[in-house]
Design a protein around this ligand. Structure first.
Ligand code: NDP
Length: 795
């Protein structure tokens, strides 16, 4: 009996895996039926294949099909079709549009197995993942967004579709990224032109067939296949109202630059180097399982992969041992095998890139541990890899590998963990493992990332927004935030109703010699102090009757640098309670109200007295209004269909560089300050060039209102020159420009230095008087970024 027990135990130990292949027959049959050649899907029909390139299976190098490379005329054709279709599509009522999205969800569900196989064949990811993660999530996205389509007219009353959306997606989650792009765009009443990645077009083509099958009106969805050049043609189209891009930070920046000043909406979902933090009180076995999912899901080709492991020092050796043991059990091989954990890397060039980054780290002194894998030599396979003995400066620690490579770092205290976690230009996601919920919820807001998973990783749902901070991009996909990205406020371009300050006056630059012996130059306000212009230059301010009023300083690069430094040092404004912020803002409003006559007099130098009074009254009201909003712009709790609640929290953008408007100069200045401050941002603001007097003197109100030094910085001067410096400064997180349109292109283009969020709008055409104007409402929403914190529950 005992001998029998032993042999059973031995059998268990030595038991191997038999092959459990998913059949690819149906997918191959579909390819054959189409003679393995595909054209684009434009205006509801497939074009004749032309200018084709080959797509192959990365697991064995076998040819799959020929795909057409879209050229400029293909893109133009798609634009013409999408523009016409969008008018019809957006005029359907919500329910009619919703029905099409429901139909898409159902038909994808019905074809899910074939889609899963096709995705595995072309991408190399395991069938377990395409079958159990990718395709079910695709279906969920279409259902969820069918719901938004249904209630769009109720929930987004002040908004309208952007028009035609140009969408560019990568190869790592081909159909899932397609659904993240197409479902919200259609739900919001837009038509789309989508370009899949060169290496993974097949499921997008199959999706086009499904659109045909359900009778989706022609031109609503257009799929143009191709490479980066095709993508370039797409982003350069004037009639496209929005570009949505997922891919590398490098191409994301290029797209920002190319679309600068074109008035297009833009969302960028880019790379990451996300931290996976394990505290010493964590359930280590669960954490290691979570880690497997974080870094070895999809061969690590995941933008939010937990690729930087941070382990508390006291448990680091234990965790390392467990990871190594678990790595040895990971099965790498034929992705169609249902018991395979990791499939093939997308292509040879990605495989090479991963290999090079790993050997480079070894040369720099890191230790590399890899498991032995036996795979098809013609396939692009790479073993699970753990890199220890690293330094923060190493490329492998800083840069996205986009492969199954984990770097190992340690920390001692929670603060040190935050510091290391944030020591990156990225900010997509983070995983925090601890049994102490207080610690987890204390860490979550401190980490600069758009998604935080507590005791979990890689959780996604259509109802929960996804997207990054910093150079991981901006905009959100999923949830209500995601719908906003495909809408614009109604009347965005309609002329404003009031213009109290009609004429823009020429400002004369004065040489160094002052007119009188007493220096009357209005100073800047930096770090809570009055500061003289660094360059010593100033300009004359002339009133409405042509009389000299005063001199105003002309700021330069150094003044901006000082202001940015102060703003960055005053980060406690962003973390203080919203109640405290509201108290300070009410105080500002009260103090301005006490000095109303004085501020009216300053404006009267330039406008009629009655207009001056209206403007100051509105400014006072505006401060009260935004003080009220400090603790009202609540987030949400999402209930994803997984055992988790998600806290969607609105966080400040950080430091905003703002160029105020020439029209209603004081009111626009106060509005921008109010918006920014109420949500915890710090601001460097450039007032109107022609009428900065009241704005510059507003420091007197600030000084008596408990606003901490550095939270508001005011610098006068050339909006072009100062806007340029602000736009390229790495210490500024967002740019709001309400000056002349002529600057928009430069501002947006320079914002790529650290991928600032930008909002540009011609201040002259804005209705600053109306807090309810959809544009001001939209700006309130844009003064925050959403962080989604996933909190799983249950055993
Ligand atoms: P890219 O960012 O180059 O590609 C993403 C998408 O953009 C693809 O559809 C691509 O087309 C298209 N594209 C490429 N160049 C341009 C352009 N100039 N204008 C418009 N569209 C363009 O990623 P890659 O696939 O080349 O991968 C490169 C690296 O990027 C990877 O090694 C990885 O590190 C990272 N990456 C990050 C992703 C993420 O989600 N964070 C996703 C994919 C890659 P095509 O594929 O045909 O070239």
């Amino acid at each position: 009996m005992r001998g029998q027990d032993l042999s059973i135990a031995k059998e268990f130990k030595e038991m191997g895996y038999g092959e459990a292949l998913e059949s690819d027959a149906a997918a191959l049959e579909w390819l054959e039926k189409n003679k393995r050649k595909f054209g684009h899907f434009i205006d509801g029909k497939f074009t004749k294949p032309s200018n084709t390139f080959k797509t192959t299976n990365p697991a064995n190098g076998k040819f799959l099909a020929e795909i057409s490379k879209g050229n400029l005329s293909d893109i133009k054709l798609a634009v013409t079709s999408a523009v016409a279709a969008q008018k019809r599509w957006s005029s359907l009522n919500s329910h009619e549009r919703a029905k099409y999205l429901y139909a898409l969800a159902r038909v994808i569900q019905k074809n899910s197995r074939l889609l899963a196989v096709l995705e595995t064949l072309e991408n190399g990811k395991s069938i377990r993942e395409t079958r159990d993660i990718d395709i079910p999530l695709v279906v969920r996205h279409f259902y969820h967004h069918a719901g938004w389509a249904e209630i769009l007219h109720e929930e987004f009353k002040d908004y309208e579709p952007v028009g035609v959306a140009g969408q560019i997606i990568p190869w790592n989650f081909p159909l899932l990224m397609l659904s993240w792009k197409i479902a919200p765009a259609l739900a919001a009443g837009n038509s789309v032109i989508l370009k899949p990645a060169e290496t993974t077009s097949l499921t997008a083509i199959y999706f086009a067939k499904l659109c045909e099958m359900i009778g989706l009106p022609k031109g609503v969805v257009n799929i143009v296949t191709g490479d980066g050049e095709t993508g370039e043609h797409l982003i350069s189209q004037d009639k496209i109202g929005k570009i949505a891009f997922t891919g590398s930070t490098e191409v994301g920046k290029r797209i920002r630059k190319k679309t600068a000043g074109k008035g297009k909406k833009l969302t960028l979902e880019l790379g990451g180097k996300s931290p996976f933090i394990i505290f010493d009180d964590a359930d280590i076995d669960s954490a290691v399982e979570g880690l497997v999912d974080a870094i070895w899901l999809n061969q690590g080709e995941v933008c939010c992969a937990g690729s930087r492991l941070l382990v508390q020092e006291s448990i680091s050796e234990k965790v390392k041992r467990k990871i190594v043991a678990r790595m040895k059990k990971l099965r790498v091989g034929n992705p169609l095998d249902k018991s395979v954990d990791m499939g093939a890397i997308i292509n040879q060039s990605q495989l090479k890139k991963i290999g090079q980054m790993v050997s480079e780290s070894e040369k720099e002194g890191a230790k590399v541990f890899q498991t032995n894998i036996k795979c098809d030599a013609k396939g692009c396979f790479y073993p699970p890899t753990l890199i220890t003995d690293t330094e923060p400066s190493m490329e492998i620690v800083r840069e996205e590998v986009f492969g199954p490579v984990l770097v190992f770092l340690t920390f001692r205290t929670p603060n040190e963990a935050v510091e290391i976690a944030n020591n990156t230009q990225y900010g997509l996601a983070a995983s925090i493992w601890t049994e102490n919920i207080n610690l987890a919820l204390d860490m979550a807001p401190k980490i600069k990332a758009g998604v935080i998973w507590i005791n979990s990783s890689n959780m996604f749902d259509a109802a929960v927004g996804f997207g990054g901070y910093r150079e991981s991009g901006y905009g959100r996909e999923g949830g209500k935030e995601g719908i906003f990205e495909y809408l614009k406020p109604k009347g965005h371009n309609s002329p404003k109703k009031v213009n109290r300050f009609k004429e823009s006056r020429k400002v004369k630059t004065l040489d160094q010699t002052a007119d009188s012996s007493i220096d009357q130059t209005r100073k800047f306000y930096i770090g809570g102090k009055q500061v003289r212009p660094d360059g010593g230059y100033s300009s004359k301010l002339i009133d409405k009757n042509g009389n000299f009023v005063t001199e105003v300083g002309l700021g330069n690069r150094k003044d901006i640098r000082d202001a940015v430094e102060s703003a960055n040092l005053s980060s406690s404004w962003s973390t203080t309670t919203s109640h405290n912020r509201s108290q300070v803002m009410y105080y500002l409003a009260e103090n301005l109200s006490k000095r109303k006559a004085e501020f009216c007099a300053k404006l009267e130098l330039f406008v009629e007295p009655k207009d001056a009074e209206i403007e100051v009254n509105l400014a006072i009201e505006r401060l009260f209004y935004y003080a009220a909003w400090t603790d009202k712009l609540d987030g949400a709790v999402h209930q994803a269909p997984i055992r988790a609640n998600t806290l969607a929290i609105n966080e400040p953008l950080g430091v905003i560089g703002a160029i105020s408007s020439e029209s209603e100069p004081f009111l626009s200045f106060i509005t921008i300050l109010g918006l920014a401050l109420s949500q915890g941002n710090r601001v460097i603001i450039i007032p109107s060039r022609a009428n900065p007097l009241a704005c510059l003197d507003f420091y007197q109100v600030i000084d008596t209102s408990d606003v901490p030094g550095g939270v508001v910085n005011i610098i006068s001067g050339s909006p072009g020159e100062l806007g340029k410096v602000l736009s390229e400064h790495l210490g500024v997180d967002a740019i709001w420009h309400f000056g002349s349109k002529k600057y928009f292109s430069e501002v947006e283009s320079l914002s790529i230095s650290n991928l600032k969020q930008t909002y540009v709008s011609d201040g002259e055409s804005m209705d600053w008087s109306n807090t309810q104007s959809p544009v001001l409402k939209e700006l309130l929403r844009r003064s925050v970024q959403v962080k989604n914190i996933w909190i799983p529950y249950g055993e």
